[in-house]
Ligand binder design. Structure first.
Ligand SMILES: [Zn+2]
Length: 321
């Protein structure tokens, strides 16, 4: 990994990262307090339309430049640089793969797999916590929520739960040990390597939203406080998070016009109508119903969907934080 610094102001260095074997440069912002201490690694823009989370990374850089007391922070404000200008939805256009489901990656894999491997083994090596900021691609809306992976190891999971509760979240998804459906995210895979990771989601439709930006910034700053990187007071929570054990993927049964009947964070009953699908003439062709009771985590916001498209996620409740 090579750092090509282009600016140094105070304790903050900005520049470009390059990994061996990958023809791409990623912008980085590093803040070093000059005092030994924990290291925090924060990335955004794995999905490069999720701009509220990417904006949060920039604001965090400014906050840490001012407030870091111990340790260091490394920030990647846009991981998917190859997809940025073309507004790529979910994938890195070099190989068409979704980095979000490519961790821990492969050293001899395709571009996306190599990048995942480099992020795990080089960029975030030695970090006490890796935080992955997401939320609100061009055609989706998400609840303000956090994802973490539990392992079954009590002390590790207690720390993981404390990290997740740093966010003022509507929902916290605690993926259960042995989770097999939702794998490949950094937040799912790093705990299997004994490393702490948190993923936060907030945003909609590729737009900047101050409440969503504040959700991401506030959660990361609280984690920094928990780790002892800063001495700022913990930001208070305005709501009680509901804890989920995971979430289902509801897919469109056919091409059509999608009329969603629920909003993010809504409570749904088993069997409740959550969306209607109509054909090109507006004739109803399918009803979509919740298989189980839960909370709405994500909805597609575009009226036109295709067969097999992931259009809704419903999380399964465990309790309250
Ligand atoms: Zn995302």
């Amino acid at each position: 990994m090579q750092r090509r610094a282009v600016a140094q102001e105070g304790r903050t260095e900005r520049g470009w990262l390059r990994f061996a074997g990958l023809d791409a440069e990623l912008p980085y912002i590093d803040i070093d307090s000059g005092v030994p201490g924990p290291r925090l690694a924060v990335m955004a823009g794995i999905h490069p339309n999720e701009v509220s989370s990417m904006e949060a990374a920039l604001r965090l850089a400014a906050a840490f430049d001012d407030g870091l007391r111990r340790g260091s922070v490394t920030l990647l404000p846009v991981v998917n640089m190859p997809g940025l200008a073309g507004h790529a939805e979910f994938v890195i256009p070099v190989d068409g793969k979704n980095l979000n489901f490519s961790f821990p990656g492969r050293v001899d894999g395709s571009f996306t797999e190599r990048l995942a491997h480099a992020l795990v083994t080089e960029w975030s090596a030695g970090a006490d916590v890796v935080i992955d900021l997401h939320g609100g691609d061009l055609r989706e809306a998400v609840a303000k929520f956090v994802m973490v992976q539990t392992t079954g190891e009590a002390a590790f999971d207690a720390r993981t739960r404390a990290l997740a509760r740093c966010y003022d979240a509507e929902l916290i998804v605690e993926f259960q040990p042995g989770e097999t459906v939702n794998t490949g995210r950094a937040t799912n895979m790093l705990p299997r390597l004994g490393r702490h990771a948190v993923m936060s989601e907030a945003g909609a439709n590729g737009r900047l939203d101050e409440a969503c930006i504040a959700f991401h910034v506030g959660g990361v700053l609280n984690i920094a406080r928990l780790l002892g990187l800063t001495s700022a007071p913990l930001l208070p929570h305005g709501r009680t998070a509901r804890i989920l054990s995971g979430f289902s993927r509801v897919v469109a049964p056919a091409d059509g016009r999608f009329y969603c009947e629920v909003a993010c964070n809504d409570v749904v009953r088993a069997g409740q109508l959550v969306a209607v699908l109509r054909d090109i003439f507006g004739i109803q062709i399918a009803e979509m119903r919740a298989a189980e009771a839960g909370r709405v985590v994500m909805i597609v916001t575009h009226n036109i969907v295709s067969e097999g498209e992931w259009v809704l996620s419903i999380g399964l409740p465990l309790g309250e934080a």
